[in-house]
Write a protein that binds this ligand. Sequence first.
Ligand code: 13P
Length: 290
Amino acid sequence: MPLISTTPMLEQAKREKYGIVAFNVHSLDSIYWVLEAAAEMKSPVILQTTVGTVKSLGAENIVKVATAAADFYQVPTGLHLDHCTDYEVIKKAIRAGYTSVMIDASKHPFAENVQQTKQVMDLAASLGVNVEAELGKVGGVEEEVVVSEKDAQKAVPEECEEFVALTGVPTLAPAIGTAHGIYKGEPNIDFDRIEEISKLVDIPLVLHGGSAVPEEDVRKCVALGMSKVNVSTELKNAYSVAIREHFAAQPNSLDPRAYLQTAKEAAKEMVISKIKIVGSEGRISPLTIK
Ligand code: 13P
């Protein structure tokens, strides 16, 4: 089974009112862990990488491994480039086989964001590659993208409507009060704003900063049309803690299969819990199940 565009996947999720989790992966092993868990849940899934991960692992390697794993586990899988600010990197990712890309021009004024997004749409749309853009500014740290609390800015619903009309993007990430990373306090999600945006914009929305958001809040966001839910920090934490605990108990451990197995188990548990929250369990067409 080849990697698939996230556009029909997210449109179906929006219509049927469930969410798709996009898991940030940081190693080639973790691609297998996520897809094995998704296969057990019979759930479609999105793998996503930051530009930093592309630099560290190579876009071609990521595409090859993701394709092989999607085929092995028979899971409908999209591969997304997260938070990219560089048109050249987007071009390379699409050429390598990414099925979805984010052009993050949210730090620029509205007109510049429109212009950069249109440029990526010109490249991607005819190839069936999904494009995600961001409006407002999501706070927190996502590798190279750092937005302080005071610079975080919620998206303006009327601007979302105008932005989608001008660019034709199939997916939009409006900032609505979540932040990347683990929260110090409770996230302050503006549900009224999501509802207003959803009324004006008839495309799947994206929830950034999905880690450490209370389950009920994630469900509410999905019900209001946030069909893609991004999770990075919690997944990374889960397997890093497992590896740390392994070495705390066995400081002289030498066998990568042993500590990677504990990492895999922790990662799978996290993936399964997130899939259950967004309601994508059992959403794989019976035709694709082995
Ligand atoms: P978290 O690290 O908060 O899960 O955010 C992930 C994200 O939004 C990636 O774009």
